[in-house]
Design a protein. Structure first.
Length: 80
């Protein structure tokens, strides 16, 4: 069994009001924050032994369901 750690974030060209609110709050607290972008993190466990097959499956899952490719980007890592 393999586990995929998937991160989905808004594209840089898309406004992130939630991230902006957190950024402003952190700055008002005195933290030297440059930028905050809010995203999603998911763990997906696969009944798959082949890393190559797992990469193909997760890529397809991300493209079809977990991320909206019009406004979001995604990345993932595969672990044992």
């Amino acid at each position: 069994m393999l586990k995929a750690n998937v991160t989905v974030t808004l594209k840089k060209s898309i406004l992130d009001p939630q991230g902006s609110a957190v950024e402003k709050s952190l700055r008002s607290m005195g933290y030297p924050v440059e930028e905050v972008r809010i995203g999603k993190f998911m763990e997906v466990r696969l009944a798959e032994e082949s890393r190559e097959n797992a990469k193909e499956i997760i890529s397809e899952i991300c493209h079809k369901l977990l991320a909206n490719p019009v406004i979001e980007t995604y990345g993932f890592t595969i672990e044992e």
